[in-house]
Write a protein of this length. Structure first.
Length: 399
C-alpha cells in the first residue's frame, strides 16, 4: 500500500480548522485534523511534508512520524510544523483502523474502561469557531446562539449553569473568569475589585450545589508568577480540582515554584509540543496532570507516549478539547486506550452545536460519560455538505 495523495480542506467560516485526507492506492482514505493557523499548516504540509510522505507505506506510522518531526523547526513545538504532523498522524491511525476493520482505540491497545468520565469546558457557541482567537474578544457575551451559551453562563449565572450541568449528569466544569483582568492588566497584577469579580462565579457555584460540582480553572498562561500565586491563594477555599496553565509554559522551574505554593493540582499543558517538555515538567514536579492536545503536539503517536511518560511519574492523563470535531473524536479514542486517563474534556456547545454541521458522527455522551465509538478507524467522516460548501478551498499533492 502506498500514499498517493495528500489533500487538505478548509473553509472561510470555520477558518481555524484544517482537515487532512491521506489517500492510498488501495482506495482507503484516512481523515485527520488540526486547529489554528490553517493556511500556514497547509503550506508546510504540501511544500515540505508531502514530498516525504508520497509513495510511502501509510501503515509505517512510527517511521512516518519520525520523518515528519526530523526537521529542525518541527521539534518540541506546537507551531505549524507540529500541527501539520499531528493532522497527518491522526489520519494515518484512522486509515490503519479502516484497513484492519477496528476502531482506533483498539489499534492503540484496546479499551481500558467501558465509559469515560467527561467535564464540560464552558465555552460558548461561537467561541474559537471564527478567525478571532484573541482571549476575551471572542467570547460573544450576551449573544443568543442556542441553549448552551455556557461562557456567558459562568460569567453571569454560574449557579444556574452548574445546576444545569448536574441535571444532565455532568459533575465537572472548567471556567476562566480571570481572563478579562489578565488582558486589561497584561497579566502583571490584579486589583481587589477584579479579584472579587473573578471569584464570584466560584462563590455562586459552591453556594448553589456545594461540592457536587468539580471546578477546573483555566488561566490560558496569561499571568506572571507572583500574581498567579496570589490568585491561587484566593481560590483555594473553593477547592478547585486543578489550576491549568497559570503562567507561560516555558519555565519548568517557575511552574514548579507555583506548584509548591498551592495544594491544588497543576494541569499542564496543551501548549507543550512533543514528550520532551513534558519530561522536564515532570522531572521538576511542576505538574500533576498531563494535558495533551493531539492536534498540536504530534498526533496520537506522540500523545500516547506522553500519556505513558506521565504514568511513569504516577500522573494522570487528560486530553484537551476545545478545537474541531475530528480532534475531539481522536482524543476520545486516546482516552479509552490509556490506563491513566483521568477525565476527557468536552464542550457541549460544540458537540451539540457546530460540530454537527461538519461531521457524520459524534461519540455518545450521556450522564456525564462518553462512550467508545466502534466503527473502523476514527468512526467519523466529513459530511457530504462540507464538500459542496461555496467557501471550501481544497489543495492536493499527488504521487
Amino acid at each position: 500500500m502506498k500514499i498517493t495523495k495528500i489533500e487538505t480542506l478548509r473553509t472561510e467560516e470555520f477558518s481555524n480548522v484544517l482537515w487532512v485526507r491521506v489517500h492510498t492506492d488501495a482506495g482507503v482514505v484516512g481523515l485527520g485534523e488540526t486547529f489554528y493557523g490553517a493556511g500556514a499548516v497547509e503550506a508546510h504540509l504540501h511544500d515540505t511534508l508531502a514530498g516525504r510522505l508520497l509513495g510511502r507505506n501509510p501503515l509505517h506510522i512510527e517511521a512516518l512520524h519520525r520523518e515528519m518531526t526530523n526537521l529542525p523547526m518541527a521539534q518540541s513545538s506546537t507551531g505549524a510544523e507540529s500541527r501539520a504532523t499531528s493532522a497527518v498522524d491522526i489520519a494515518l491511525w484512522d486509515l490503519f483502523g479502516k484497513v484492519c476493520g477496528q476502531p482506533v482505540h483498539q489499534m492503540l491497545g484496546g479499551l481500558c474502561r467501558e465509559k469515560q468520565r467527561i467535564y464540560n469546558t464552558c465555552a460558548g457557541t461561537r467561541y474559537v469557531r471564527s478567525a478571532n482567537i484573541k482571549p476575551v474578544s471572542n467570547w460573544s457575551l450576551g449573544e443568543d446562539g442556542g441553549p448552551f451559551e455556557d461562557l456567558d453562563g459562568f460569567m453571569t449565572r454560574a449557579d444556574t449553569l452548574a445546576e444545569s450541568l448536574l441535571e444532565s449528569g455532568i459533575s465537572a466544569m472548567k471556567i476562566w473568569p480571570f481572563d478579562p483582568a489578565a488582558i486589561e492588566n497584561h497579566g502583571l497584577h490584579i486589583t481587589a475589585e477584579q479579584m472579587r469579580t473573578a471569584v464570584a462565579p466560584f462563590e455562586k457555584i459552591r453556594k448553589a450545589v456545594g461540592d457536587r460540582m468539580e471546578i477546573m480553572v483555566e488561566f490560558h498562561s496569561l499571568w506572571n508568577l507572583p500574581t498567579a500565586k496570589q490568585i491561587a491563594r484566593a481560590l483555594e477555599p473553593y477547592e478547585p480540582t486543578w489550576f491549568e496553565d497559570p503562567i507561560r509554559m516555558n519555565s519548568p522551574q517557575a511552574l514548579a515554584e507555583y506548584a509548591r505554593s498551592t495544594d491544588v493540582w497543576v494541569c499542564a499543558s496543551e501548549t507543550l509540543g512533543s514528550r520532551w517538555p513534558y519530561k522536564e515538567m515532570l522531572e521538576r514536579d511542576a505538574t500533576h496532570v498531563a494535558m495533551v492536545d493531539l492536534c498540536w503536539t504530534g498526533g496520537l503517536t506522540e500523545g500516547r507516549k506522553i500519556a505513558a511518560l506521565a504514568e511513569t511519574w504516577h500522573r494522570p492523563f487528560a486530553p484537551h478539547d476545545c478545537i474541531g470535531p475530528v480532534g475531539f473524536v481522536a482524543a476520545v479514542h486516546a482516552s479509552f486506550s490509556q490506563p491513566n486517563t483521568l477525565i476527557q474534556e468536552s464542550v457541549r456547545a460544540f458537540y451539540r452545536g457546530w460540530y454537527l454541521e461538519l461531521v457524520t458522527e459524534m461519540p455518545r455522551i450521556e450522564g456525564g460519560y462518553v462512550y467508545p465509538m466502534e466503527a473502523p478507524g476514527l468512526g467519523v467522516d466529513l459530511l457530504p455538505a462540507v464538500f459542496e460548501r461555496t467557501d471550501l478551498s481544497v489543495r492536493s499533492s499527488s504521487l
